[in-house]
Ligand binder design. Structure first.
Ligand SMILES: Cc1ncc(COP(=O)(O)O)c(C=O)c1O
Length: 377
């Protein structure tokens, strides 16, 4: 089997799973309990927090553990909107954000809590920082942008937006970093970022665990109220096994490996097929690659590859079942017919060149087959 759908999720690292199992079975005390098992769990939890903080080069009390990317995005966005209601009700985002951002914002908008400026993207799937600057208003409370797009791998101008927000300190700057490990020299690439989202299952950690970086001094309203865990910001008994395993996964897999040679191999391997359209921008991250075979639906190609033990996705795992379509490609102005043919091949640090060679052979075979089919019709 060749698994090439790592932007949807990565396989859990065996040693990470061992950590999970060990903590779950041997350190099951509630970290809030006063007895010895509770204290031991608490110590593990705080050790994991320290490790994560070191990896992102921030302070321990700036790390809020959550259940993953979706919850971190919700906490950052809802938390800001509700905490800053007396200061304003306008926010800025882009049309190509993940549904956990866009649907959260749409709900807040429909309930009358905010007005939103949605920024368009250029033909490479990139927001123009100048448009961010123009959209800022006195009542703007939040800018929320993804660092790396999950469908095509375009890198957003996170640094440039950070620079321009230096003179707008009243605005919270949230970055969805779920797909961005390894895209920048540091995991949190700009000091102006106030909130940044991460999800463990995208870096060989377990599902259902992630974290939100929240800069000192920035206020957000908790969305889960209860026993006051995570410094009152996210109540519920902490998932110590998941969190400890995530900290290990982040230390073992802080990026997606050296994916550039793999991307080049893929591009070279299919270059002879004139009915394959490359859809990812050339300056995007090399571990997310989007392409289409002309006139062939992405779903058809996906299943044709599946029959050969090659697993890819149609742009994003979230949209594939809801049939919401390749929103980023459409926002880039790609023709609907072409966009609907898109598949995404996403690498991890475990993807090998021999796997990519195999994928190229399969793609070539299908491209040639479909070319003949369409020539004969
Ligand atoms: C950019 C982006 N943000 C958020 C998420 C949601 O993360 P999770 O699955 O941990 O909720 C994803 C998942 O694919 C993503 O790609």
């Amino acid at each position: 089997m060749i698994y090439i759908d790592n932007s949807a999720t990565t396989p859990i690292d065996t040693s990470v799973l061992n950590t999970y199992q060990k903590v779950a079975t041997q350190f099951y005390g509630n970290p809030g309990s006063l007895h010895v098992p509770g204290v031991k769990s608490y110590q593990l939890l705080e050790k994991a927090r320290k490790q994560v903080a070191e990896m992102i080069q921030k302070q321990e009390d700036e790390v809020i553990f959550t259940s993953g990317g979706t919850e971190s995005n919700n906490l950052a966005i809802r938390g800001t909107v509700f905490a800053k209601r007396e200061f304003g009700n306008h926010m800025i985002t882009s049309t190509i954000e993940h549904p956990s951002v866009l649907n959260t914002i749409a709900q807040l908008e429909s309930m009358g809590f905010i007005t939103v400026t949605y920024l368009s993207v250029d033909q490479n799937g990139v927001v123009d920082p100048e448009e961010v600057s123009q959209a800022l208003r006195p009542e703007t409370i939040l800018v929320s942008l993804m660092a790396v797009n999950n469908e095509i791998g375009s890198i957003q101008p996170i640094l440039a937006v950070g620079d321009l927000l230096e003179s707008h300190q009243n605005v919270h700057y949230h970055v969805d970093g779920v797909q961005s490990l390894g895209a920048f020299p540091s995991i949190i690439p700009h000091d102006r970022i106030d909130l940044m989202t991460f999800s463990a299952h995208k870096f060989h950690g377990p599902r259902g665990v992630g974290f939100l970086y929240k800069k000192h001094g920035r206020t957000i309203q908790p969305q889960l109220t209860g026993g006051g865990q995570e410094r009152q910001l996210r109540s519920t008994t902490e998932n110590v096994a998941g969190i400890t395993a995530m900290a290990r996964a982040l230390r073992l897999h802080p990026n997606h490996g050296n994916a550039e040679p793999l991307r080049q191999l893929l591009k070279r391997g299919i270059s002879a097929c004139d009915n394959i359209v490359w859809l990812s921008p050339t300056d995007g991250v090399p571990y997310i690659n989007c392409l289409a075979i002309k006139h062939v639906k992405g779903e058809v190609l996906l299943h044709a590859l599946e029959d050969e033990g090659i697993y890819v996705s149609t742009t994003s795992a979230c949209s594939s079942k809801t049939h919401s379509g390749p929103q980023t490609l459409l926002a880039m102005g790609i023709e609907k017919k072409v966009a609907e043919g898109a598949i995404r091949l996403s690498f991890s640090d475990q993807t090998t060149s021999s796997e990519i060679e195999h994928v190229c052979e399969a793609l070539k075979k299908h491209a040639n087959h479909f070319k003949t089919v369409f020539q004969n019709h």
